[in-house]
Design a protein around this ligand. Structure first.
Ligand code: MLT
Length: 238
């Protein structure tokens, strides 16, 4: 197991990637597909997202955030709770741009390896999908503005634990050892640790505590989105 704690690190050579942005891009992607969403096209900039959506047409939604807030003119922000009241079933898909998560999807996709989206909600199933495929699993933490994010590292600790339950004796790199120690330090209590993070602090200030609670629920979803190239463009699919 190789765990990349910050998105700027050189990516090691692995067979499959699990990309984690616990608060909130990977949790939101899981919720999107749970609610019948078909595709997410991740893009890095707001301008590119607007341009792509204009080309694709009205049947697509535009979603994402900057500084955790919805972007002007977008249909949705980055709250996983939004899909409770937005009907995705008759939409072709969503164009999405977030500060960190979509960049991590694009980075993992550029390796040409298998990529899955992992969060706490789908931790068990994401670990299972990754292990089924091959032996060397990498976990890429999306981080926060190029720096380490405690929430992602804790979710990586949870994923590592799920992987170890299934795979037993595996070789851990230093990133995995750090994450494992951190996971133990917070008593394997994801929510407790996550509330110490900068990302959680910002969401709390913005009154989005419910998003944090939702993202911290462990193993309540079997939805594992994958990132593939569709007509040369990275795309999240089920
Ligand atoms: C991101 O992708 O940067 C995050 O998910 C940020 C957020 O939703 O607050």
């Amino acid at each position: 197991i190789r765990i990349v704690l910050t998105p700027g690190e050189t990516l090691p050579d692995v067979d499959v990637w699990l990309v984690v942005d616990l608060l909130r891009a990977s949790s939101t992607a899981v919720a999107f597909f749970e609610h019948g969403g078909k595709k997410i096209l991740p893009v890095s900039s707001v301008e590119e997202a607007r341009r792509l959506k204009a080309n694709l047409g009205d049947n697509w939604i535009l979603m994402g955030e900057r500084k955790a807030l919805p972007i002007e003119g977008f249909d949705l922000g980055n709250s996983p709770l939004a899909f409770e009241y937005v009907h995705l079933k008759d939409k072709a898909g969503a164009v999405m741009t977030t500060s960190n998560g979509t960049l991590a999807y694009l980075k993992a996709a550029s390796t040409g390896k298998a990529v899955f989206v992992a969060a706490a909600r789908n931790a068990y199933h994401a670990a299972r999908r990754a292990l089924k495929l091959k032996d060397t699993v990498g976990i890429l933490c999306a981080g926060k503005e190029g720096r380490l994010a405690l929430d992602d590292c804790l979710c990586a600790g949870l994923l590592l634990e799920e992987i170890l339950k299934m795979a037993g004796n595996v070789d851990l790199d230093d990133g995995a050892k750090v994450v494992s120690a951190l996971w133990e330090f917070y008593g394997k209590d994801l929510e407790k640790g996550v509330y110490m993070s900068e990302s959680a602090k910002l969401l709390m200030e913005l009154g989005m505590k419910e998003d944090i609670e939702y993202c911290c629920k462990v193993n309540c979803s079997f939805v594992v989105p994958t990132v593939v190239l569709l007509e040369g463009r990275p795309c999240l699919l089920l």
